[in-house]
Each structure stands twice: as structure tokens, then as C-alpha cells.
Design a protein around this ligand. Structure first.
Ligand SMILES: NC(=O)c1ccc[n+]([C@@H]2O[C@H](COP(=O)([O-])OP(=O)(O)OC[C@H]3O[C@@H](n4cnc5c(N)ncnc54)[C@H](OP(=O)(O)O)[C@@H]3O)[C@@H](O)[C@H]2O)c1
Length: 265
């Protein structure tokens, strides 16, 4: 526990929303940084700022010792990390905890084709390096795809009359709540550098994930395997985004899907 508020960037997002109550349960005061204005009244201090421009970030880090950096988008996470570490260094933060993705160091993003499909991995890797080179005490956890994102992906694909699925792509989805619990444990411990990955209990072909969703919704659609070009896609097919030796997550995709289909909200 820490006497000063813990800053959670991305505290309004899928992961961050689960990190915040876990920190509160551990007795921490929590401050959330968001680009949008939020009313108080939930025991959380809300601060408005934008990590892409740096606006409001100095005020957000002021007086915090521990920062859990969950803010992220598909592009530009290295820029967000840079603005955050500059402000955190000025304010004297003593622990920066970062959530990255399994494969950040193994998916080679060299060509324009690689970048178009896998630029996210390169940005996460660059952000990891910003954190590690910041001079701040840090901890970085890499996670595989969250069940929630997997569901979003298969739900979008399932809207198509014929579903194109990249051949050979596999995922090892992990429960977002389990990642949040691990992040909070890390935030409340001493800075540990790059820690062992967190990955879901099973590996699935993307086509199998799509099929399981269709089946749960009682739908039938043809699935069309499509090839994906480039070095990054090759690494992906070889399993660069998987961590079978770190299958420490408990909740399976099937359990998650059953709960979601029963209560679609
Ligand atoms: N989803 C996955 O499967 C997965 C897997 C491994 C790692 N991760 C990493 O986990 C983190 C959280 O992912 P998520 O799925 O929870 O994302 P999400 O649901 O899309 O939420 C993104 C969060 O980032 C904040 N944000 C985005 N741009 C910002 C900016 N310029 N300034 C300040 N805040 C900004 C958003 O806050 P506002 O909109 O309120 O400003 C929101 O709270 C990301 O770093 C992601 O790369 C995700």
C-alpha cells in the first residue's frame, strides 16, 4: 500500500476499469487519467489529460509515487509512454508499471505490410523501451490477448456473410480480470523490471474461436482461410504472440464466452 494516490492511466478502459477497484480493495487511493471529463462521487479522483499531446500529464502525476500505465490504443503508444515518463521523472515517481503485449519483442515489423498489420506490436516494444530507459524504477508485464478483445474481434468477423480468417493465426486469450489482479500485485510490490508473461490457459486457432462464437449464437457462416503476407505475419503464424509455457490464466475462453452469451452486456 502507498500513502499517495496511485495513478492509473487508462483507468476508464477494459483493463484499467478492473485495476481501479482492485487497488481500492487493497486500500489505495486512486487517481484516473482520461481524455474526457468524469464526475467524482465514486471515490476516484479523475484528472483530464492527453498522453498523446502531453497536455495535463504533469498535473496527473503530481504527488503520485506509483503509476499503473494502462492507457493504450492501436497506434502511438511509444509517444504516450514518452510523455508519461517525462512527467513522472520530473515529479519523482518511484514505480512505473506498464502493461505490454506478448510478442512485442518477437513480431518483426520491417516492411509497410508488416506495419499495416502489426504496427501495434512495434509501438508496444518501443513503449517498453521508453519505460525501461526512463531512469524510473519500473515493472513491465506482457499479456496475451484479453478475452474481451477476442470477443470483440470474433463478433465483428461474425457479422460478415463469409468470414475471412487469416490462415494459421492462433491466440491464447486471457481473462482481463486475472491480468488486472496481477498488475495490482506488481504495482504494490517493488519494481521488478520485465516480469514473466501472463497468458491464457489454452491456445486456439482463430478459426476455432470464430466457430465457437457462431455456435454459441446459434449461427452458421462459411469461414474462408486467407493467406497473410510479410515477415511479421510469418512470425505470428509461428506463434510469436503465444506463451504456452506461461499458460497461468485460469478462466478459459469457453467459460468467458458462456457467461457473455448468457448475459451479452
Ligand atoms: N486488449 C488486449 O487484448 C491487450 C493485450 C495485451 C496488452 N494490452 C494493453 O493493455 C492496455 C489496456 O488495453 P485495453 O484493452 O484496456 O484498452 P481500451 O479498453 O481500448 O482502453 C484504452 C484506455 O486508454 C486510454 N487512452 C487512450 N488514449 C489515451 C490518451 N491519448 N491519453 C490518455 N488516455 C488514453 C483510454 O481512456 P479515455 O478514452 O478515457 O481517454 C482508455 O481508458 C493497452 O496498453 C494495451 O495495449 C491489451
Amino acid at each position: 500500500m502507498t500513502a499517495s494516490p496511485v495513478l492509473v492511466t487508462g483507468g476508464t478502459g477494459t483493463l484499467g476499469r478492473l485495476v481501479v477497484p482492485r487497488l481500492q480493495d487493497a486500500g489505495c487511493d486512486v487517481r484516473v487519467l482520461s481524455r474526457h471529463r468524469h464526475d467524482g462521487g465514486d471515490g476516484i479522483e479523475h484528472v483530464t489529460g492527453d498522453l498523446s499531446t502531453g497536455e495535463g500529464v504533469d498535473a496527473a502525476v503530481q504527488g503520485t509515487e506509483v503509476i499503473v500505465h494502462c492507457a493504450g490504443t492501436t497506434k502511438g503508444d511509444e509517444v504516450k509512454a514518452r510523455h508519461l515518463v517525462r512527467a513522472a521523472s520530473r515529479s519523482g515517481a518511484r514505480h512505473l508499471v506498464y502493461i505490454s503485449v506478448v510478442g512485442a519483442d518477437r513480431v518483426p515489423v520491417a516492411s509497410a505490410v508488416d506495419r499495416a498489420m502489426f504496427g501495434y506490436f512495434a509501438a508496444k516494444r518501443a513503449a517498453e523501451q521508453v519505460v525501461a530507459g526512463s531512469g524510473l524504477p519500473w515493472t513491465t508485464l506482457r499479456a496475451t490477448q484479453f478475452h474481451d478483445l477476442t470477443l470483440l474481434t470474433v463478433r465483428q468477423l461474425a457479422k460478415l456473410p463469409v468470414i475471412p480468417v487469416p490462415s494459421g493465426w492462433r491466440f491464447q486469450p486471457v481473462d482481463t480480470g486475472e491480468v488486472a489482479t496481477r498488475l495490482v500485485d506488481l504495482a504494490l510490490a517493488s519494481p521488478a523490471g520485465l516480469v514473466p508473461d501472463i497468458a491464457g490457459p489454452r491456445v486456439y486457432e482463430l478459426s476455432a474461436l470464430v466457430r465457437s462464437y457462431l455456435q454459441a449464437r446459434g449461427r452458421h457462416r462459411p469461414i474462408l482461410p486467407v493467406p497473410t503476407p510479410g515477415r511479421a505475419a510469418r512470425a505470428f503464424r509461428a506463434g510469436a504472440n503465444l506463451a504456452p509455457d506461461r499458460a497461468v490464466g485460469h478462466r478459459t475462453w469457453e467459460e468467458f464466452l458462456t457467461a457473455k452469451v448468457r448475459s451479452p452486456a
